[in-house]
Structures are given as structure tokens and as C-alpha cells.
Design a protein around this ligand. Structure first.
Ligand SMILES: Nc1ncnc2c1ncn2[C@@H]1O[C@H](COP(=O)(O)OP(=O)(O)OP(=O)(O)O)[C@@H](O)[C@H]1O
Ligand SMILES: [Mg+2]
Length: 359
């Protein structure tokens, strides 16, 4: 019996009726920050998503001396000093981390009754790291689910699917997707599902934003407040907003007793503002020039269609409109940017739709 993995469960609209004997179509994203699984609800009237932090912490059982594990939010909150994010760089870097990922994923599957008789599609990051991708492939193949079918599709393609409609319209289109994740920024063009000119950088990332927020908070409070990167991430996820940012206050306990209240006015928005400038510059200068030189026609066609923003950083309110106007300024032409309703869940939901079609 393994530890329960607590997770946020949500239902999103989607027609998911399958026949009695059909394998259950499941979408999975093993992300560096969060793992998301999507599958039909019992009655098939909607899609259920299960979302948890991709992390674990071990501790020793005081009675038996046995090594035990906690997963997800529980591990991150109770053991901030020891918690391990196995996919810190986006993929399992070595055999040890692959094994821990397998163990974590097994616990998620068991805790949430993901059926073994399933057709599973994985949303996979586009990263030029063959060893890491092979480790991820092993995790996938060794997992107990996917008896019927196991397939992988690029994360940014999967994430664009819910942005285009209720079905798999994206697979018929020519468009550009920009995936704004925690460890990587990726841009690709898609032509009827074929990935063209993928560009990835590990320099412009959600994790880097968190580190910068932590530094800026120290500066903004004249060195009185030091926050860890988990707190910085929470500030970003709760408060970053290009439309309506509101300064917010927080309290820290002082080492000698007492507490210190402080207000954050600039740290969060300065960091995400710089991030977005970097995203636009990378997109306009590196990715688009590569695409134009690889395939001028696709470049022209794609810029006349909506650019799809995917990944968790696309959840920041107003970021889509802000991206659009900064790209317009950089290129000197009109463009349109769009996103799915829930960019953080979109890749998994898209993968689930592909699984339903393939099953
Ligand atoms: N509501 C939100 N507001 C702001 N940022 C968010 C929100 N939700 C998630 N994020 C940020 O998005 C990032 C995670 O995005 P995503 O889940 O797409 O990454 P990932 O797939 O785990 O990472 P990668 O593909 O880069 O390895 C994190 O930096 C997270 O803090
Ligand atoms: Mg990702």
C-alpha cells in the first residue's frame, strides 16, 4: 500500500462516452512542476483532471525505521527542506530520478484509480536531450496503465488543441505554438500535426521568474525579507496580473519572535514583465527567423493565423494580449494570440482527446 497522493480534482466540459468494453482514454503530462492526468468521469459526461506537484520527500518511520515517501503538495509543504522535484530540468536526468518518477507516477495512478485497461497519450516536452527523453520513455513504458495503447505527442501541440475548439481541429491547421513552462520556453510551427522548426531554450522560464521574484523581494524590502522559491512561485501564481495587479501584503515570523509585515508593489510584476520581453525577443528573433529560413511559406501562412500560447505561464491574466501587442511592435505587423481556457491543463486535455480518437 503506498501513500495517497493528494491532488486538485476538477471537471472540465467534454464528451467522453465510450463503449462498455472500450479502453479508457487517458491524457498524461508529467511536467517538471506539476503532473496532470485527464480521463472521463464515471458517467462519461465530462473530463476529470487530476493535478499534483511532481515531487516527493522521504522520511524514516520512527517505529520501524523503514524509509517512507510523501508525494505532491504534502511533500512540498511538510518537507520544504528535503522535497525533490524529480523532473527539475524537464526530464529525468539519470536512472535514479527515472526510478523516483516511476514511483511517484505509480502512486498517482494507484491513489486515483487510473485504469490499467486504458489508451494513454502522453504530452512530451520538446527538448534536445536524448538521454532524458529515453528515461521518460522508460517511465512511461514501465507504468501499469496503457494496456491498450501508449502514444506520445509534443506538449505544445497537445496544449494548442483545446484552444482551437472542442475536437481535434488543431491537427488540421497550420499555426505557431509557444509553450511557456517552468523549465523551458519552446516555440514550434505545426502543419497538420507535423512539428516544424522547434526552438527550445532553458534560459527563459517560469522557474527563473521565481528566482528573480525572490531576489527582487529582498531588494524591495531592503534586505528584511528572504523568501524561498516555492513562496516566490506562489506569489507569481496568485498575484501576477498584466491587467489588474494589486500590491499585496504578507507576514514573516522573525527568528527572535514577533512578526514583520511587508507589502510587495513591484517585485512580482517587474519579474514577469522582463520575462515577457525575453519571450517576445526569443520568439521574434530566434524562432521566427529560423522558421522563415526553413520554410517561408509556412511562416507567412502561420503569421496570418492565431499564435497559441500554452503552458502554465500563459495563465497569468492579460499575458496573451500583452504578448500580442509586444510581438506586433517587434514585427511591425498585426498578429493574433490566443490560448485555451486553462493553459495549465490544456496539454493534458489535448492528449486525452487524442487518446479518445485513437482508442
Ligand atoms: N495560475 C498561474 N499563474 C502564473 N503562473 C502559473 C500559473 N499556473 C502555473 N504557472 C507557472 O507555470 C509554470 C509551469 O508551467 P507548465 O506546467 O506548463 O510547466 P512544465 O510542463 O512543468 O515545465 P516544462 O515543460 O518547462 O518542463 C510554473 O512556472 C508555474 O509557476
Ligand atoms: Mg512542459
Amino acid at each position: 500500500m503506498c501513500a495517497q497522493v493528494d491532488a486538485e480534482i476538477e471537471e472540465v466540459p467534454g464528451d467522453a462516452t465510450t463503449g462498455e468494453d472500450d479502453a479508457v482514454p487517458v491524457g498524461v503530462k508529467l511536467g517538471s512542476t506539476r503532473t496532470v492526468v485527464a480521463l472521463p468521469t464515471e458517467d462519461g459526461s465530462a473530463i476529470k483532471t487530476i493535478r499534483t506537484l511532481t515531487c516527493l520527500a522521504s522520511y524514516e518511520d520512527p517505529l520501524t525505521g523503514e524509509e517512507k515517501y510523501l508525494y505532491g503538495e504534502e511533500a512540498a509543504t511538510e518537507y520544504p527542506d528535503r522535497v525533490q522535484f524529480m523532473l527539475r530540468s524537464g526530464l529525468p536526468e539519470d536512472a535514479d530520478r527515472a526510478e523516483l518518477t516511476e514511483q511517484f507516477f505509480g502512486a498517482v495512478i494507484e491513489s486515483h484509480d487510473i485504469p490499467e485497461d486504458s489508451a494513454v497519450v502522453y504530452a512530451i516536452p520538446t527538448i534536445d536531450n536524448p538521454a532524458g527523453l529515453e528515461n521518460l520513455q522508460n517511465v512511461i513504458e514501465n507504468s501499469p496503465i496503457g494496456d491498450e495503447l501508449i502514444e506520445s505527442y509534443p506538449e505544445s501541440l497537445c496544449g494548442a488543441i483545446p484552444a482551437f475548439g472542442d475536437g481535434l481541429e488543431a491537427i488540421e491547421e497550420i499555426f505557431i505554438a509557444v509553450n511557456m513552462g517552468s523549465t523551458n520556453l519552446e516555440a514550434s510551427a505545426y502543419r497538420r500535426g507535423e512539428q516544424l522548426s522547434p526552438t527550445t531554450t532553458g534560459a527563459i522560464t517560469g522557474n527563473e521568474v521565481d528566482r528573480i521574484i525572490a531576489n527582487y523581494v529582498e531588494e524591495e524590502t531592503q534586505g528584511r525579507v528572504n523568501i524561498d522559491i516555492t513562496t516566490a512561485r506562489e506569489y507569481k501564481e496568485e498575484h501576477a496580473d498584466f491587467d489588474n495587479f494589486e500590491p499585496f501584503t504578507d507576514v514573516i515570523q522573525q527568528p527572535g519572535g514577533g512578526s514583520h509585515e511587508f507589502t510587495i508593489e513591484r517585485s512580482v510584476m517587474d519579474a514577469v514583465d522582463e520575462y515577457l520581453d525575453d519571450v517576445v525577443e526569443e520568439f521574434a528573433n530566434s524562432f521566427l527567423s529560423q522558421l522563415a529560413s526553413d520554410n517561408m511559406k509556412v511562416y507567412q501562412l502561420a503569421l496570418d493565423r492565431p499564435i497559441v500560447l500554452t503552458g502554465g505561464m500563459a495563465c497569468i491574466p492579460g499575458i496573451v494580449e500583452e504578448f500580442e501587442s509586444r510581438v506586433e511592435q517587434a514585427l511591425g505587423r498585426d498578429v493574433e494570440a490566443v490560448t485555451a481556457d486553462r493553459p495549465d491543463l490544456a496539454a493534458t486535455i489535448g492528449a486525452q482527446r487524442i487518446a479518445a480518437r485513437l482508442a
